[in-house]
Write a protein that binds this ligand. Structure first.
Ligand code: FE
Length: 140
């Protein structure tokens, strides 16, 4: 089911958890819908250096360019900015006894990872994103 916030925005996507379960792999479901975290250095995009765009694995929302991917050494794909400000929503996450900033896909609400303020210039931000929350569209 889709509904429109206003005519200038992409449609938001709302599905039941059962509907998501049918369309996502078990790893994707665990990350995107259950706010899981993949173990470091296990995701398929950690070392990906190809040119292209990283999109939400659940809804296809274009999130990050390969141009802003950097090697953070953490074991998760890391980016210093989103493709535009409206691509993700940031939420306060106090789970696991920590105060972190959760990164959520603005179109489908899927959990992508966390954002930290220890990234490289020019933004100083580090979007720490699970590979299983992403798909990669290679530039032709
Ligand atoms: Fe999404």
């Amino acid at each position: 089911m889709q509904f429109y916030d206003n005519m200038n925005k992409d449609p938001k996507i709302q599905k039941t958890e059962n509907e998501w379960k049918e369309t996502l792999s078990s790893d994707e479901f665990c990350i995107l819908r259950k706010k899981g975290t993949e173990p470091p250095f296990t995701g398929k995009y950690v070392h990906n250096k190809e040119k292209g765009v990283y999109i939400c694995a659940a809804c296809g929302n274009e999130l990050f360019s390969s141009e802003v991917k950097f090697d953070s050494g953490t074991g998760w794909p890391s980016f210093w900015e989103t493709l535009s400000n409206d691509k993700v929503e940031l939420k306060t996450d106090t789970r696991h006894g920590m105060k972190r900033t959760e990164v959520v896909c603005s179109r489908c609400g899927g959990h992508l990872g966390h954002m930290f303020e220890d990234g490289p210039k020019p933004t100083g931000l580090r979007y720490c994103i699970n590979s299983a929350g992403l798909h990669f569209k290679k530039t032709k």
